[in-house]
Design a protein around this ligand. Structure first.
Ligand SMILES: Cc1cc2nc3c(=O)[nH]c(=O)nc-3n(C[C@H](O)[C@H](O)[C@H](O)COP(=O)(O)OP(=O)(O)OC[C@H]3O[C@@H](n4cnc5c(N)ncnc54)[C@H](O)[C@@H]3O)c2cc1C
Ligand code: FES
Length: 236
């Protein structure tokens, strides 16, 4: 059982939870987080790994409904049920990287930037983060990226050059992913997107999270959540 070390609101409705005695994982993977013994909500909620070091895990989450509101009320010292990590995670493609996040879609991208940097210290890692209002977690990205551009209230993909010889990674709302996919399609860029679906089991058993792909229907929790954007063109 993991233990909450800190659970703090860092921006309006955005929390950072620091867990001890938690499993390790890779960028783009997620855990199913649940309050032990809770009946409402009974099911865990998928939350990405924002950071992972030893047996400590950091999460960044936005309060959306009952589950995440309950997480926000948990004090330091409380136990937390952590299942996983699950999912395929982002591939760490050799060479330069461009990372694009929209809102809470930034959550899985911090560990990605950290792992890209560790795998190849001399590569260039460019980060673009878009927010509707208040920005958050920027300093955490600055620790590992060569540049971090923050866009407030605009279209974050407008500031991205998709013609570089880099791998592109994106996570955020569907319109943002569609814009990234359109631009990557025009330049032939290599783009990986992390998809969001409602998840009940998180392990591929309930088929509640399937999406249409070029290779038939796939489970976002087990076959994803990260896909080559060309494979999921019909889904977005
Ligand atoms: C692989 C994966 C990783 C995720 N990582 C993070 C993360 O790191 N941080 C974070 O804040 N959130 C993350 N999410 C989204 C998070 O799981 C949902 O916001 C959460 O499950 C909502 O639960 P709730 O009980 O608070 O809301 P509910 O009461 O279940 O729903 C509240 C509202 O949110 C909508 N909603 C619920 N789940 C989703 C979803 N998956 N996609 C779109 N709308 C949804 C509902 O339709 C409803 O309108 C991730 C989702 C996936 C699939
Ligand atoms: S959440 Fe059950 S199959 Fe994906």
């Amino acid at each position: 059982m993991a233990v909450i070390v800190q659970n703090t609101e860092i921006a309006g409705g955005i929390y950072r939870m620091w867990l001890a005695h938690a499993p390790q994982g890779n960028a783009g993977q997620f855990i199913m987080l649940r309050i032990p013994g809770a009946l409402d909500p009974f099911l865990g909620r998928p939350i990405s790994l924002f950071d992972s070091a030893g047996d400590e895990l950091t999460l960044l989450y936005q309060v959306k409904g009952r589950g995440t509101a309950a997480f926000a009320g948990l004090p330091a010292g409380a136990p937390a049920e952590v299942q996983g990590p699950y999912g395929n995670g982002f591939p760490l493609v050799p060479g330069d990287a461009v990372v694009i996040g929209g809102g809470i879609g930034a959550a899985p991208l911090h560990l990605l930037v950290k792992q890209l940097r560790a795998a190849e210290p001399n590569r260039r890692v460019e980060v673009h983060l878009g927010f509707r209002g208040e920005a958050y977690a920027i300093e955490a990205f600055r620790a590992y990226a060569d540049s971090v551009r923050v866009d407030i209230g605009g279209v974050v993909t407008d500031g991205v050059d998709f013609a570089q010889t880099a791998a592109y990674y994106a996570c955020g709302p569907s319109p943002m992913l569609r814009a990234a996919a359109k631009a990557a399609g025009e330049t032939g860029a290599r783009l990986y997107v992390s998809l969001e679906k409602h998840m009940a089991c998180g392990v591929g058993a309930c088929l509640g999270c399937t999406c249409q792909t070029a290779n038939g229907r796939k489970r976002v929790c087990r076959d994803g959540p990260v896909f080559d954007f060309r494979e999921v063109a019909d889904e977005r």
